[in-house]
Design a protein around this ligand. Structure first.
Ligand code: AMP
Length: 217
């Protein structure tokens, strides 16, 4: 199952990816996670990417495509994968199509998680991630039992550097201008499926799982 997950920042792509990954045993490939790891490790690639990320702008296509090519060459992608946060613009989508054509393994589905603007702002400003196990919480919509302590492993919760109001506004603008056109792109290729992304995580996942089950047939 080769899946592109589409949706604005804060739409729940990361959360739903993790659930799909468990169910279908395919890796989640998040370009945002790969870039944050490169920044944290201080690699040359991370140093190049950091300024754009801090400003809520897109990192250059060259950097991201290089990472994706490398990642899709790894053996754990043989049975499929979930692309989370990639592609982010039409040039990346075209490059992905070319790459997959070369590999003879086209996408199965582009799944859009559709969430209204107000909910996105609330989710992004409240988002907290566990520094130890990566579990995601939200101060407003999914609070932990004890403030700043992970419910899963007791680790410390952190706030992503780019989850502040100015950067969030930029990220949502970038989404509208550069990423939203992908909805039409995949629709024209008959790959687009949409689920509503408001409400309980489990309810949304049920809708996601139904779409994926119907895609497999
Ligand atoms: P995310 O975790 O997907 O919200 O990504 C965080 C940040 O990483 C974005 O705001 C961009 O600066 C950068 N980024 C992630 N994925 C991409 C991509 N496919 N193309 C360009 N920049 C990206």
């Amino acid at each position: 199952m080769r899946i592109v997950l589409l949706g604005a920042p804060g739409s729940g792509k990361g959360t739903q990816s993790k659930l799909i990954m468990e169910r279908y045993q395919v890796p989640q490939i998040s370009t945002g996670d790969l870039l944050r790891a490169a920044v944290a490790a201080g690699t040359p690639l991370g140093q190049q990417a950091k300024a754009a990320m801090d400003a809520g702008q897109l990192v250059t296509d060259d950097i991201v495509l290089g990472m994706i090519r490398e990642r899709l060459a790894m053996p754990d992608t043989q049975q499929g994968y979930i692309l989370d946060g990639f592609p982010r613009n039409l040039a990346q989508a075209g490059a992905l199509d070319d790459l997959l054509k070369d590999l003879g393994k086209p996408l199965d589905v582009a799944l859009l998680i559709d969430v209204d603007f107000e909910s996105l702002m609330q989710r992004l400003t409240g988002r907290q991630t566990c520094a130890s196990c990566g579990a995601v919480f939200n101060r407003y919509t999914h609070p932990t039992r004890e403030e700043n302590v992970c419910d899963v492993c007791g680790g410390e919760l952190t706030h992503r550097a780019d989850d502040n109001e100015d950067t969030i506004r930029n990220r949502l603008k970038v989404y509208e201008e550069q990423t939203r056109p992908l909805v039409q792109y995949y629709n024209e290729r008959s790959l687009l499926k949409t689920v509503k992304g408001e409400g309980e995580i489990e309810t949304i996942y049920k809708a996601v799982a139904d779409v994926l089950a119907s895609t497999r047939q």
